[in-house]
Design a protein around this ligand. Structure first.
Ligand SMILES: Nc1ncnc2c1ncn2[C@@H]1O[C@H](COP(=O)(O)OP(=O)(O)OP(=O)(O)O)[C@@H](O)[C@H]1O
Ligand SMILES: [Mg+2]
Length: 304
């Protein structure tokens, strides 16, 4: 499957930055349909349908939010299908998808753009958010809570009626293309005591709450993604369910759908189920010897 969601991983833009001072008294240039390179945007088009099995009514809910161009927040634990869902929806809606994985070093310039220096002097390079806003793409900011606060605030004008983005250093105000939509993801369980989004950010989004799929749905996902028979998928999903009960009792997060798919993939490639479960479900999730024993025992209840 071709995934055209080439990650604009924060920090991948070259370091050679030059920030020319703005002319004093210069006026702000306002652009509504500013130029962008169609060849660049075409990289972000999703040509083949990303496999996504709906868990409830989320396709219609995303479509309604997109029709109204409401900014959307996807909440949910790691590996429960948020990214796959956005990829599927971008394909369904025929929009390019620009994905940014945010981390604690992600700055506003990483999203918006910066002046760069080459042999011919300085030139402006749009960041992924600006590119998406100009081109009418869906911009997906993954784990936005990780980004620095100034970065998060920089997206505010794009999320309200203004739908604009100020390129202060370039002295330009970009009005988002009518097809542009902003989607963010957010894991409410993870590091929540340390980091959270401000109410003024949260209240700019409508939210879809994701959970691990119901067992029958998750079984079908594991069968499809891992290419294993139904009986194997059922056992993996049952193991996942038991592991999720250990969340808060020594496990920070339960086994994700992603982990179950990994285990299935290894089994599908000929690794014995016990070893595959150890590799994909047990060892990655804990380093505590007692917890590892407990998890191995859960697996032994299903595979021998
Ligand atoms: N509803 C679903 N339909 C199809 N595949 C799914 C679904 N849910 C989960 N998956 C599978 O689980 C894997 C992990 O999902 P995904 O990468 O979308 O998780 P995520 O919620 O974005 O996680 P993270 O928060 O860590 O980024 C996918 O690659 C896919 O194989
Ligand atoms: Mg993701």
């Amino acid at each position: 499957m071709l995934h055209a969601t080439a990650d604009f991983a924060a920090g991948r833009v070259p370091d050679a930055t030059a920030e020319p001072a703005m002319d004093a008294g210069s006026t702000l240039r306002s652009t509504s349909a500013a130029s962008f390179d169609p060849a660049v945007v075409s990289q972000y088009r999703i040509t083949d349908e990303p496999y996504y099995l709906p868990v409830r009514d989320e396709l219609a809910q995303f479509e309604a939010a997109y029709a109204a161009r409401l900014p959307l927040m996807l909440k949910g634990p790691t590996g429960c299908g948020k990214t796959r869902f956005v990829e599927h929806m971008a394909w369904r809606l025929g929009r390019p998808l620009v994905t940014v994985s945010c981390n604690e070093d992600t700055t506003a310039s990483d999203l918006i753009g910066r002046f760069l220096l080459d042999a011919n002097g300085t030139y402006w390079q749009d960041g992924p958010l600006t590119l998406a806003a100009r081109a009418g793409a869906i911009c997906y900011l993954d784990e936005v809570v990780e980004a620095r606060q100034d970065t998060v605030v920089a997206i505010h004008p794009l999320t309200d009626a203004r739908r604009s983005l100020s390129l202060d250093r370039k002295n330009e105000l970009v009005h988002a293309h009518p097809d542009f939509q902003l989607v963010i993801s957010y894991n409410p369980g993870y590091q929540r005591m340390l980091k959270d989004l401000k109410p003024s950010t949260k209240q700019r989004f409508v939210a879809l709450d994701f959970h691990y799929p119901a067992p029958e749905v998750e079984r079908d996902i594991v069968m499809h993604e891992g290419r294993v028979p139904r009986g194997v998928a059922e056992k993996l999903v049952a193991i996942g369910g038991k592991m999720r009960n250990l969340k808060g009792h020594g496990l920070e997060e339960g086994a994700s759908t992603r982990m179950l798919v990994y285990a299935a993939t290894l089994i599908g490639r000929g690794i014995a189920p016990l070893a595959a479960c150890s590799m994909a479900l047990v060892q990655p999730i804990s380093d505590d010897p007692d917890m590892l024993d407990a998890l191995e025992n859960v697996v032994l209840g299903f595979f021998e």
